[in-house]
Design a protein around this ligand. Structure first.
Ligand code: GAP
Length: 514
């Protein structure tokens, strides 16, 4: 069986081969950590965005959407704290001249220790079979306990150093853990320095400091500065939410793992404005609601977990990630943050404008507290792609590569395939295409053998293939083939819209969220 590294490599090449994702400006050897979505990718990404939007906005009477500009007044970023505090701690290896995020070096070191623990657990599981109790094993096995204590000690020390902004101590942890540069293999490290992640550019014809503006590093601030506009024009009553999807930009230093960490990416964020003092209740509510949303995609609840933040961001009083089991391990997919009244208050101070809500029940004005849900669309795309991708051995010894996407997410819903390119079959196929294309993304294909065409559709995740043969001209029936089971059925053409709609509509998935 292929290992996770190989599978990840296969997913990356599959993405390119079938038009999901291309390296940006590839003909010029690419631009690091920037990617383009191809003809299939754009559809899957749009469907993921739509599913989020419907679940967050359409399904909630008290959540509305906006689309704020990417460029914002530069004071926005001073107020939000990004100018002063949106930094990564970086360290260079003097021999390889490679730069790393100090926190990532430490976290990867801890992940290695946790990997050792997992190996012990797996070995014991195999040895003891059904009688194995993982919890007891983890709390009693000497080697596991020793490694767990080691990992906990490093993380606690690291958390403490981050809280005190003690960069010298962060460096010392790297030295004490004997972390080496993966390129040079040496421990010859520089000091740790903070590096701001915002991209800047200048507005207008003259390049002066006063004209510097930033490409937004999160979409959230577009929501905060519009809080009162939306509240007043939409007559919104607290609690209410404002949702937005759009591009964000970060000058990531360690940009690896394909579309997991990009310099230009898309976020889907929702700020939920609540009465002060109720934020923990809403924080827990949104944690669970968002977890349910992810799990509704059907990739197995064991692939998701919560992880509380080690260090709270400057704006948060509680924060956690929903982590996903990517091919390279559990990593952040979405963040849920209780942002207090930090942002609105900061914008009040910097703009001199009141950003308050009059609560008729309390007969009182206040700056609302905010609970935020923030998921990266590209990261979600990677999560979905990496679990949907399967390499399946068939009975005849061949391997089938398929994308087991939920039908409502598939880029193409129906492939229309005349068995041969003559005898009136293409014309009949076009008739069916004309009937279905108003409601569904359809693809017409008459090249190659039917088997090859099925495989092409499996590879892009098309849930239904419809084959038109000579009998179709007589009996008005076609063969429908289902991607997941590869089973084929002969059905009447007029039944097609109903059968397809049942599976491809968002409705069932949205209903399951209740
Ligand atoms: N407004 C809060 C915020 O931006 P974050 O944890 O920095 O919080 C939220 O980002 C989500 O955005 C992450 O969980 C991740 O899915 C996505 N994200 C962040 N940086 C990213 C990057 N460089 N590339 C791709 N996705 C990213």
């Amino acid at each position: 069986m292929a290992n996770q590294d190989d599978i990840f490599k296969n997913i990356i090449s599959h993405s390119k081969e079938y038009g999901f994702i291309f390296q940006s400006s590839e003909i010029y050897d690419g631009l690091s950590a920037v990617y383009d979505y191809g003809q299939m990718g754009v559809e899957l990404k749009k469907n993921l965005r739509d599913y989020w939007w419907k679940a967050m906005v359409q399904m909630h009477e008290n959540i509305v959407g906006i689309d704020a500009a990417i460029f914002m007044h530069p004071t926005t970023w001073k107020a939000s704290g990004h100018v002063d505090a949106f930094n990564d701690p970086l360290i260079d290896n003097k021999d390889s001249k490679k730069r790393y995020r100090a926190d990532v070096l430490i976290e990867e070191h801890v992940a290695k220790i946790e990997g050792k623990i997992q190996k012990e657990v797996d070995k014991a599981k195999e040895r003891f079979g059904d009688s194995f109790n993982e919890e007891t094993f983890r709390s009693t096995n000497a080697r596991v306990l020793e490694n767990q204590a080691k990992a906990d000690a490093i993380l606690n020390r690291f958390k403490d150093a981050l809280e005190k902004n003690n960069l010298e101590e962060v460096r010392q942890i790297i030295i004490d853990c004997e972390i080496v540069c993966p390129i040079s293999g040496t421990k010859n490290w520089t000091e740790v320095r903070q590096f701001n992640l915002m991209f800047s550019t200048s507005m207008g014809a003259v390049t002066e400091d006063s004209n510097v503006i930033y490409l937004r590093p999160e979409t959230a601030q577009g929501i905060f500065v519009n809080f009162l506009n939306v509240q007043k024009s939409g007559r919104m009553k607290i609690p209410f939410g404002i949702a937005q999807t759009g591009k964000a930009f970060r000058n990531e230093i360690v940009a690896r793992q394909f579309i997991f960490r990009m310099r230009e990416f898309e976020q889907m964020e929702m700020q939920y404005f609540v009465r002060p003092g109720t934020e923990m209740e809403w924080y827990n509510h949104w944690k669970q609601t968002r977890m349910n949303w992810h799990q509704s995609l059907g990739f197995g609840s064991e692939n998701y977990r919560f992880q509380d933040h080690l260090k709270l961001a400057h704006y948060a009083n509680a924060a956690c990630d929903i982590e996903f089991n990517f091919p390279f391990g559990f990593k952040e997919l979405e963040g849920i943050h209780s942002r207090t009244d930090f942002d609105l208050k900061a914008h009040e101070q910097h703009s001199g404008k009141k950003l308050q809500y009059f609560d008729p029940e309390l007969n009182q004005n206040y700056v609302p507290y905010v609970v935020e849900t923030s998921v990266g669309l590209d990261r979600l795309f990677l999560a979905v792609l990496s679990k949907a991708y399967i390499e399946e051995k068939l009975e005849d010894g061949t391997t089938r590569v398929a994308l087991n996407l939920p039908a409502f997410l598939a880029p193409i819903k129906v492939a229309i395939l005349p068995l041969v390119k003559k005898d009136g079959l293409p014309e009949k196929a076009r008739e069916i295409m004309d009937m279905l294309k108003f409601d569904n993304a359809c693809s017409y294909d008459e090249k190659d053998t039917i088997g090859k065409r099925y495989r092409r559709q499996d590879a892009i995740g098309t849930p239904f293939c419809i084959t038109i043969d000579h009998d179709s001209l007589m009996d008005n029936k076609v063969t429908i083939r289902y991607r997941d089971t590869m089973l084929q059925e002969r059905i009447s053409i007029d039944k097609l819209p109903e059968i397809i709609e049942e599976k491809v509509s968002f409705k069932k998935a949205l209903q399951s969220l209740k």
